[in-house]
Design a protein around this ligand. Sequence first.
Ligand SMILES: CC(C)(COP(=O)(O)OP(=O)(O)OC[C@H]1O[C@@H](n2cnc3c(N)ncnc32)[C@H](O)[C@@H]1OP(=O)(O)O)[C@@H](O)C(=O)NCCC(=O)NCCS
Length: 212
Amino acid sequence: MNIIIRNEEEKDYRRVEEIARDAFWNLYFPGCHEHFVVHKMRNHKDFIKELSFVIEVDGSVEGAIFYTHSKVIQDNGKELKTISFGPVFISPKYHRIGLGRKMITHSINVAKNMGYSAILTLGYPYHYEPYGFLGGKKYNICMPDKKFYKGLLALPLYDGALDNVKGYVMFSDVFDCTDEDVEAFDKSFPFKEKLVTKSQEEFEIASNMLDE
Ligand SMILES: CC(C)(COP(=O)(O)OP(=O)(O)OC[C@H]1O[C@@H](n2cnc3c(N)ncnc32)[C@H](O)[C@@H]1OP(=O)(O)O)[C@@H](O)C(=O)NCCC(=O)NCCS
């Protein structure tokens, strides 16, 4: 397998959206909205183009990762600038052979070299603990509802980057989208059936788990 990781280019846009749709469809709720989020993100003020990568397998794009600006609003009134990745996805036929690991590791290294302070993301801990992410509680970072969730994960990009921080995370508003907008965009893709799945039930439970 010849693997290349490179920045996303305009020629990749539709292919990347198709992979996002395949990877997320019915995974966390019936249907998905990640392909629409990716579509919107590239023109959003919070988008970090230098950190958006695709991974090619033998010349074919098979996954991508996207980053946006985020911040921690601290109890002392100060804001700490952070970055966040997501969506991140690999074509289902290539899951669990290390492609996600290569792409995520590459993006973290580039983010470090660019001087960013820390990455905050939401997801299953088992997806991101292999890269050193720990629950936000370890760094006194909670969600805007002031609760600590197991699914809020943080990775300082240099020693001490998250020392003495206390506050809540604010992710980009690019993730806010209406069902109507997603539906309208989804019509430009081949029909896929929306189904209720076991993975949605697991996600529902996981996303409400508090870190206590
Ligand atoms: C999550 C995703 C990007 C991971 O990519 P991948 O190429 O399949 O992952 P890798 O093979 O590189 O796995 C790296 C490590 O992550 C962890 N991991 C990844 N998927 C996992 C799973 N389903 N269950 C448990 N651990 C998992 C493991 O530690 C794994 O290492 P291992 O295989 O040596 O045990 C991919 O599965 C995907 O596209 N999923 C659907 C979309 C999604 O949920 N994205 C994340 C939320 S934004």
